[in-house]
Design a protein around this ligand. Structure first.
Ligand code: BMA
Length: 860
């Protein structure tokens, strides 16, 4: 039925549905949440203490002061006993007469971590074995009117893992990320490939080894008589600016054949309804509809991420059942076409090619129940504020909670969604494949309505590891049958089970088997597919290498830093303040980490005089490196069409590749990404014989621009200047200035000169930056006299800062005060003034004297 959505307005149906993307509410059925009154005990100890659900054993122990903070100093190492134990959780709840009288009573477990035997009134109703899926079962015959008990027995994931390991005929190849040694696993066996549980909890090169158990998602009961509306999947058949052709697929479970009416409302207005004959059992029913002149969902920076609220209703004689989800109308496509370079790899959103700017995202904590809605919002909003339009949910973490995708929908962040497989081979026995099948179907069905989901990807780096890290050769030599079995399991999982789940449940989305991967072949290359560019960091090449040979889509590249001192203070004591101390080494999980940081630092910066200076210079080093990467990728547009650096966030306070630390503080890199990912940038390149200025624009229209260049010395004397009209070409990169450096720099002392670049579009300053002709270590930085004025405001403090001479990488900090600085680590030119807001809820006594201002020349 063709209907203009706002034309029909039925007042009494104007119900505002929640912002939650998939919500299942109803009037004909009863829903009871079972997240209260939980207790836990070490199995068979019978010493019950209150527990938090959703939660995990580590946070429950912590809440009762039974263990010390696992992140503090070396505590992690003493807490490895927890995952060798079995744990029990129990609660009781009341089922009233009316609920009990319903024909069907289902119990749903949103997520059990991991090997869980579930007893309802002491009868075993479920043996769960996969953290990543939910479980729904009919419990009518086990439940009773009045008081019921629910008890969940969690087997140690390590003990079960060891059994699986020992019973499997081959050693399943894992990587050094499985920190079996820290985990004190007998024989240091890699159990993680066998256990369908968040891989990073077994350790990673940025995270601790803390293997949890527990109820990590909510539990509920639903009772009904006639029919239950299980799910609605809204398929976007054809999207243009004029019209969205949609089909909502209702999935209904009916106890008996019945007449029913299905209807769809958008933003509270009924759009269409349809009579159907429900068949007994679970069946799907399609409702087609059209929205004329739809407001499209655009990714961040290109327009509004418009969200409609869709509500589906199932009306039977027993009453009304509803299911709601947010609807972002958009088309998304991964375009892979032969071209003069090789084969394209770019996303088209609503028919337009869009360069993807963003990062790889990992979970926000090892203990998932600690991640508050505010933390999720801070992380995603930070990404949006820095012009990101894509996050890759990396395959070693979790399929994220609903709130993550709701926020991505809201902020216009597309999601490259990995399935949870990373840097391991996997066993391929039928039970494992069956478990993976359920996991994949569960998560594809759960997430497919989110407009943010752009791509399903099978795994992280497994293809590359098998063929490129010696895994294939070593296994073929040492366990030839094992090698064959592992490769067969690879094909079964990533070329069969997972793509079939996508095809069956989210056919509009594309599937990419492994990241990185080139074409349909097995090797990565720069001309086809996506690339993880780890030449910088792992292979010691200079940062500027990012400017040559960028691949079609760079889905990983990165450089580490330690967090700022404020964060380090939270997990150390002053005697740990040395990167070679036991504590600092334990919070550095990359086996080449400290050496790589030091070597790169020696190439670009003077030797920092103390620990604090080392931290600050390290943050700048990382920021400069990744800025070079972002710029290198963007100037290579449209050959390169994506730049996702490794990694946005942290699971604990430590050295890592993150741009936001565990406590949510922006590292220098986060500020640098905000600039480098701006919609229009000008990139001065002084690394060849010419000064080149590239202009990169993400806008869909050409703009009239103006380029202003100036070279000044560090005291502020003007040495050269230039200005001209330029064209800011739409959605591409172009060179807007070129001049031989020799000519330009004649008579200029480049150790005392800075280039200021300003780009205007349609009369408005859209980008300004400073660049140098020498590395920071070669610059003769003066000691500037900074004028700092601080005042209290409604949101915190306002700092206005100016300088007489060049102040390089100005870093402001109110020591340990928690908050967010609107800008930091910036260059201040002679005579320039900048105003920074420090947003904080803290009242800082003596704030003028508390403010510490640091510049690069202070570090040596
Ligand atoms: C990539 C990621 C992660 C890892 C990172 C840094 O390989 O996929 O596995 O943490 O590099 O080494």
């Amino acid at each position: 039925m063709k209907t203009l959505i706002h034309a029909i307005f039925i007042a009494f149906t104007l119900l505002l549905v929640t912002a939650c993307s998939n919500s299942n509410s109803s009037t004909s059925s009863t829903v009871i949440h079972l997240n209260d009154n939980w207790k836990f005990s070490e199995a068979s100890q019978n010493e019950w203490l209150s527990a938090k659900v959703p939660g995990c054993i580590h946070t429950d122990l912590l809440n009762h002061d039974l263990i010390d903070d696992p992140f503090y100093r070396l505590n992690e190492h003493d807490l490895q006993w927890i995952d060798k134990n079995d744990w029990e959780y129990k609660t009781s709840f009341i089922i009233d007469k009316s609920t009990f009288s319903k024909n069907r009573i289902n119990i749903t477990f949103g997520g059990l971590d991991t090997y869980a035997d579930v007893y309802l009134n002491d009868e075993l109703i479920l043996k769960a074995d996969n953290m990543f899926r939910g479980w729904t079962l009919n419990c009518k015959e086990h439940i009773k009117e009045g008081e019921n008990t629910l008890r969940i027995y969690f087997h140690s994931p390590i003990k079960v893992g060891l059994e699986l390991y020992d019973n499997y005929p081959y050693v399943v190849q894992s990587s050094a990320n499985d920190l079996a040694k820290i985990g004190k696993v007998p024989g240091e066996k890699w159990v993680s490939p066998h256990v369908r549980k968040a891989p990073y909890m077994f350790g990673w090169d940025w995270g601790p080894r803390l293997v949890t158990s527990g109820i990590w998602e909510p539990i509920s009961i639903k009772a009904w008589n006639t029919a239950r509306l299980d799910n609605i999947h809204t398929i976007q058949n054809h999207i243009t600016e004029q019209s969205a052709q949609l089909t909502s697929v209702f999935e209904v479970e009916a106890n008996e054949a019945n007449d029913a009416t299905l209807s769809i409302s958008i933003d509270g207005n009924i759009l269409t309804s349809k009579k159907v004959n429900l068949k007994k059992g679970t069946h799907t029913y399609n409702v087609d509809f059209e929205i004329e002149n739809p407001e499209l969902w655009w990714s961040n920076g290109l327009g509004e991420a418009h969200l409609y609220q869709l509500k589906g209703e199932l009306q039977t004689t027993a009453g009304i059942e509803t299911f709601s989800h947010t609807l972002g109308i958009r088309s998304i496509e991964l375009v892979r076409e032969n071209d003069e370079v090789g084969r394209s790899f770019y996303f088209k959103l609503n028919g337009k090619p869009v360069f993807m700017k963003g990062a790889n995202y990992i979970p926000n904590d090892v203990f998932l129940d600690r991640v508050s809605p505010e933390k999720y919002e801070h992380i995603i909003k930070s990404a949006a504020d820095c012009h990101f339009n894509m996050l890759r949910v990396w395959g070693g973490g979790i399929y994220e909670k609903e709130i993550f995708y709701d926020l991505c929908d809201k902020y216009g962040i597309l999601v490259w969604q990995d399935f949870m497989f990373a840097c391991n081979m996997y066993p391929g026995h039928p039970e494992f494949l069956e478990s993976v099948k359920h996991e994949a179907e569960y998560n594809v069905r759960r997430l497919r309505n989110h407009p943010s989901i752009a791509l399903w990807c099978g795994n992280n780096e497994i293809l590359g590891a098998w063929f490129g890290w010696g895994w294939k050769e070593n296994n073929e030599k040492e366990q030839p049958h094992g090698a064959k079995a592992m490769w067969q399991a690879y094909k079964d999982i990533f070329l069969d089970v997972l793509p079939k789940a996508v095809e069956a449940h989210d056919p509009a989305k594309q599937y990419w088997a492994s990241s990185p991967q080139a074409g349909d072949t097995i090797k990565t290359n720069k001309i086809d597919g996506d690339d993880h560019d780890w030449r910088i960091w792992f292979r010691d090449v200079p940062f500027i290498t990012y400017h040559d040979g960028a691949a079609r889509f760079v889905s990983e590249y990165g450089f580490q830093s330690f967090p700022e001192l404020k964060t380090i203070k939270k997990y150390t004591i002053p005697e740990d303040y040395d990167i070679n101390s036991e504590v600092m080494k334990s919070h550095q999980r990359s086996f080449i980490g400290n050496g790589a940081i030091k070597r790169y630092m020696d190439n670009y910066y003077r030797n920092p005089k103390d620990f604090e200076s080392f931290l600050y210079v390290g943050l700048l080093l990382q920021a400069e490196g990744i800025r070079t990467g972002i710029e290198g990728h963007r100037i290579n547009m449209p050959t390169t069409m994506g730049s996702l650096y490794w990694q946005l966030n942290d699971v604990w306070p430590a050295a890592s590749w993150s741009s936001i630390d565990y406590f949510g503080n922006w590292k220098a890199l986060q500020y640098f990404t905000r600039k480098a990912f701006s919609p229009i940038i000008a990139v001065p390149d002084t690394k060849t014989d010419d000064l080149l200025i590239y202009c990169v624009s993400d806008n869909f229209d050409d703009k009239q621009g103006r380029l202003e260049l100036e070279i000044v010395d560090f005291e502020g004397n003007k040495l050269w200047s230039y200005q001209d009209e330029v064209k800011v070409k739409a959605n591409t990169s172009s060179i807007i200035f070129k001049k031989p450096l020799k000519e330009l720099l004649k008579g200029i002392n480049t150790t005392n000169a800075v280039l200021s670049t300003k780009l205007f579009a349609e009369g408005e300053l859209v980008y300004s930056t400073t660049s140098y002709f020498k590395e920071p270590m070669e610059l003769n930085l003066p000691s500037p006299k900074l004028k700092v004025l601080t005042k209290k405001t409604d949101v915190g403090y306002e700092i206005s800062i100016s300088t007489d001479m060049l102040a390089k990488n100005v870093y402001l900090s109110f020591d340990e005060a928690e908050g967010w600085y609107s800008n930091n680590y910036f260059d201040l030119l002679p005579g320039e003034t900048k105003t920074i807001i420090f947003e904080t809820e803290e009242n800082i006594e003596d704030y003028t004297s508390k403010l510490v201002v640091r510049t690069l020349n202070d570090t040596y």
